[in-house]
Design a protein around this ligand. Sequence first.
Ligand SMILES: CSC[C@@H](O)[C@@H](O)C(=O)COP(=O)(O)O
Length: 385
Amino acid sequence: MSLQAIKYSNGQLHILDQLKLPFVEEYIPIRTAEEGWHAIKEMQVRGAPAIAIVAALSLASELSKLLTDDAITTNAVEVQNFIVGKLHYLITSRPTAVNLSDACRKLEISVSGEANRHNATGQSVALVFIRTAESMLAQDLEDNKSIGNHGAEWIIKHALWSGESQATVLTHCNTGSLATSGYGTALGVIRSLAESDTLRHVFCTETRPYNQGSRLTAFELVHDHIPATLITDSMAAALLAKEDSKISAIVVGADRVAANGDTANKIGTYSLAVLAKYHQVKFLVAAPRTTIDLETKSGKDIIIEERSGSEVTMVRGPCANKGDIKETNVETIRIAADGINVWNPAFDVTPATLIDGIITEVGVVEKSDDGTFHLDSIFESSSPV
Ligand SMILES: CSC[C@@H](O)[C@@H](O)C(=O)COP(=O)(O)O
């Protein structure tokens, strides 16, 4: 069974503390929206879909407890205002991934629908919120499996080297079970290739500075027995240049895809897209439609989160001299000169011109004859594009 970042049942939410991976596998309870906000802000949970779902379920857990304790007012509008206030607060935890604000907006709409209903009560408003949040968890998993299948089919059809029947894929950051409610987006495509025996090999970058690749993706690939090799980000060009590596495609996730296809994703994604173009390797973005933001016209309008310089000057590792690694804690080790200035953007924007396809749960969107993506079409129906 794949790793699970989010465990939720009957109003009880637990998340795998990703700050301790790959050394310690520990689930922590998230009981309130405030605990959810901190877990997202402090990166105990990451990945665009996962943070949206944890935000929604953290508030669902808080409301479930209030319902159990009979501590919810009967006034529907008061409960609506309480929920909306918490949702606006949750959105402030991280700015770049649009899934978070998209989920909060949809939750706000369903709550207001219920609050405006004749006979609505505070309890019914809270219950509608909880059911909507729970359905997001299930929907994300289903969408990821479809993304995986569409992406794998596309790669086999359009990206294999001549004479090859299996794909070799390079991926960046973490887009797997740990970054979503399960299966993953870009890593879902890789899983789907592996399940259909059409995967030769995966290369994953370590993804400096925060090492989501070496700490999370490598952990998932080893856990699922997928043939994989870890490289540092700076080795990608050499890998693509090496004739026998035969990279079929680079597949990455996304934190926000603008209406024109420009894509914000983990820092380092843009450099991989430039390399892919130079080496004539297909460059694909895998993301659910909840990551596509038609309100944001182009990459220029995407807010890029800048994080603490300590993520660059320090790395995390297990405490030394503790014997069995499972029992260690995680410590931070300084690797840069004291006093150096640091710039630490967490994401970059890959221009649509460098992207060959956007893999969604309803199919792979390619550019039209005019050379641009028409992403609005995939919201018009749920049938394959
Ligand atoms: C399926 S998630 C896609 C992205 O969210 C992922 O690649 C990423 O950038 C994660 O960033 P993080 O800063 O660890 O939350």
